[in-house]
Design a protein around this ligand. Structure first.
Ligand SMILES: [Fe+2]
Ligand SMILES: [Fe+2]
Length: 382
């Protein structure tokens, strides 16, 4: 595509002269000649130019004013500008330079000099355009890379959560379901979309501390004696310890979720016996979603409860185990919760399921894949 050049001079004869001495370049450049600076501004807002050649002395708007306006507009900020000036006009030249002129030409214009200056200016424009294109490509590559990192981060979080569940009772779908429930319940309960997405990413780590619980307790069939139960409860401080020392929003929230997922609304939970609003909203949300999923899932030591029975249990425990407002919100969004429950079954042999990430992307993962755990001889909700 030929380069676009705009010449602005109030004297038609000067423009004619310029046109004449540049006639050999017509095949190479599209040259536009304008006597009115205002009209030049209109034109430059409607089409892209590669070079402006401006006269200084014009009645409506002098060349410096025009230069200043062109430099202030996004569209023309980087387009080279040649100023036509009188020979010894040093003050004017300095002003023009300060305002961003690219180069000068003395009047009367010398043909060779004019062509050389135009060529140089156009070369600068070509470099600038190439650099812009390169920056754009780089920016896209960085965005792509960032998206990949976010996707990897989500995968690592899910796998960490699954690793924690792996030993005692889960197929790995528990952390997927309960984190999706938590996101929805968060949105229903006033969390911003960003905060709800962060909860989606943080909540799979709620039982990460089980990694530190010995098999003989974690996998013990039947009831734990009081000492064993005390040891089991240490999965909370162990998890908090694993997640401590990092100040990213995600790990900070994950640590809160770990610390609070066994706290109860009436203050009878552990480890700190926090009560009501002392427990963060996120902690209360995860506590409810974790229990609902545990109740409605099959475990080695129990059959899955029906949704009706589980909902009745949760309603019965509002004000005791659970924040009553959250229980009501949960019931309101129950159809959506059940849709998630159906989408991520424990024993799906069907096609790979899609994990919806916090960033709206999807990741395929086959639940019956290599990481599907052997079920232990017995387990309980910790
Ligand atoms: Fe859990
Ligand atoms: Fe737990």
């Amino acid at each position: 595509m030929p380069k676009q050049l705009l010449f602005v001079d109030d004297e038609p004869d000067v423009l004619k002269g310029l046109s004449r001495i540049l006639k050999d370049h017509r095949h190479q450049w599209d040259m536009h000649f304008i006597t009115n600076p205002e009209q030049a501004l209109v034109m430059s807002s409607e089409q892209s130019f590669d070079l402006f050649v401006l006269d200084y002395a014009m009645p409506q708007k002098n060349g410096l004013e025009l230069l200043e306006i062109l430099r202030s507009l996004d569209r023309t900020r980087e387009v080279p500008i040649l100023m036509l000036t009188g020979k010894g006009d040093r003050v004017l030249k300095r002003q023009a330079l300060e305002l961003g002129a690219t180069d000068f030409l003395n009047k009367p214009v010398d043909r060779e000099e004019l062509v050389a200056r135009i060529m140089n200016s156009l070369r600068i424009k070509t470099y600038l355009d190439a650099m812009k294109g390169h920056n754009h490509t780089l920016e896209k590559a960085v965005q792509e890379r960032t998206r990949e990192l976010e996707k990897t981060r989500l995968q690592i979080i899910h796998r960490l959560g699954r690793a924690a569940e792996y030993r005692d009772n889960e197929t790995g779908m528990h952390v997927i379901r309960m984190s999706q429930y938590a996101r929805l319940l968060g949105l229903q309960s006033g969390l911003t979309p960003r905060a709800a997405n962060l909860l989606l990413e943080a909540s799979p780590m709620h039982d990460i501390g089980k990694i530190g619980i010995p098999d003989k307790i974690l996998l013990k069939p039947g009831k734990l004696d009081p000492d064993e139960w005390e040891l089991m409860k240490t999965h909370v401080p162990i998890g908090a310890e694993i997640l401590s020392g990092d100040d990213s929003d995600l790990l900070r929230l994950a640590r809160i979720v770990v610390l609070e997922h066994h706290e109860k609304w009436n203050g009878r939970g552990y480890p700190h016996g926090l009560k009501g609003d002392q427990i963060t909203l996120e902690g209360r949300i995860v506590a409810l979603c974790d229990v609902f999923d545990a109740l409605t899932s099959e475990r080695p030591y129990k059959k899955a409860w029906s949704v009706d029975v589980a909902v009745r249990f949760i309603e019965e425990r509002q004000g005791k185990d659970f924040d009553p407002r959250l229980v009501q919100n949960f019931i309101q969004i129950l159809p959506d919760i059940l849709e998630i429950k159906d989408r991520y079954p424990d024993h799906g042999n069907g096609p790979a399921v899609k994990l919806i990430s916090a960033h709206g992307e999807t990741e395929k993962w086959n639940p019956s894949g290599a990481l599907a755990p052997q079920l232990g001889p017995g387990a309980r909700r910790s």
